[in-house]
Design a protein around this ligand. Structure first.
Ligand SMILES: [Zn+2]
Length: 341
């Protein structure tokens, strides 16, 4: 065993790490306390989700945590689309983004409501490549500000529950029939959403774009690879989709391993852990720690592993240390240029 080339399981808390896709929606410091114990810096992704605190509140939560944990937390801001038909929406959106950047935001989130929820006056869905957003992307491209884009959903979302590949998706779409596209055939198809995102990448070739959740191409590392080959401005985060890589590792471990080696500069670790204070702080801390440890095991060890709720087993990837350092730390700094430590 070459210790210089690989991490051990118990080096977890020695390695510098960034969880570049989480959501902190509470003043409770439990998430930051656990992150600090486990040697993680957090990137909280402010998102225009129904049920989340308002965008202003989400941002204020982060700013307040940063007073106590100045080196432990950054955030990605976003803009609202609700008043898009009112005068000077673009100007207001850009002004709001600028204010966020001056308060430490390092990127801009766009969410799946673009493409799957908001509609124009004819009732057609407004997708991410709609001219409505061009002045904003133009501005971000010029300013070298990264977009974190959650466009579309896992492909499972368009399948009946019993055909979905991973337990987490079955549970999520069972609980959220409103987002389960198999039940909503009049909504845009999976491919339409992926294509709308691809057209945006083409139109703004210098816009840094982090495709959240493996760019919604979680079902095939080959599909992600095709886009990474085609669009130099694209990277992907792993948030809430590592289970899909494990699923592919069952039948095709080699392709998953090769994917990490080949695209080691463009894959960013993230979990999508969310803490809004509704869970007991200690329970949340345990959940966060266990999630981080389970992922670490998958990436650094080569044993046979399993994951709760799934009946399959897969081998760990045992990625070289250099690759681990990139996906867990250096790539986030590179792809979110405002993220400096
Ligand atoms: Zn998220």
């Amino acid at each position: 065993m070459d210790n210089a080339k690989y991490y051990n399981l118990d080096q977890f808390d020695k390695a510098s790490k960034i969880d570049a896709h989480i959501h902190i929606n509470t003043a409770d410091p439990a998430f930051l306390e656990q992150a600090s114990l486990d040697n993680f810096i957090l990137l909280s992704i402010n998102t225009d989700v129904p049920g989340y605190p308002t965008l202003q509140e989400q941002q204020n939560i982060i700013i307040n945590h940063r007073k106590r944990y100045p080196a432990g937390l950054r955030h990605v801001t976003t803009f609202e689309t609700e008043t898009r038909n009112q005068d000077q929406w673009h100007e207001r959106a850009i002004k709001h983004l600028d204010e966020s950047f001056s308060q430490g935001a390092v990127g801009v989130k766009v969410w799946k409501n673009i493409g799957m929820d908001i509609r124009d006056e004819q009732g057609d869905f407004i997708k991410i490549d709609n001219p409505l957003f061009e002045p904003i992307f133009e501005y971000l491209q010029q300013s070298n500000i990264t977009v974190c884009g959650h466009i579309g959903e896992p492909k499972n979302c368009w399948l009946p529950l019993e055909e979905m590949t991973v337990a987490g998706d079955k549970l999520y779409f069972q609980e959220h029939p409103e987002f389960h596209m198999y039940l909503h055939p009049h909504f845009p198809a999976y491919n339409q959403l992926i294509l709308s995102r691809d057209r945006l990448l083409e139109r703004f070739p210098d816009l840094k774009f982090v495709g959240a959740h493996l760019g919604s191409m979680e079902w095939s590392v080959h599909e992600v690879a095709k886009r990474l080959d085609k669009y130099d401005n694209l990277a992907v985060d792993l948030a809430a989709r590592i289970c899909h890589l494990q699923y592919q590792s069952v039948s095709d471990w080699q392709s998953v391993y090769d994917f990490f080696i080949r695209y080691q500069d463009r894959i960013i670790y993230g979990t999508d852990l969310e803490f809004d204070g509704s869970q007991k702080p200690d329970d949340f801390r345990e959940e966060a720690h266990n999630t981080w440890i389970a992922d670490w095991k998958y990436f650094v060890s080569d044993g046979l592993l399993s994951t709760p709720g799934e009946n399959y087993e897969f081998n760990g990837l045992r990625l070289p240390k250099e690759v681990i350092d990139k996906i867990y730390f250096r790539n986030a700094l590179k792809w979110y240029p405002g993220l400096v430590f």
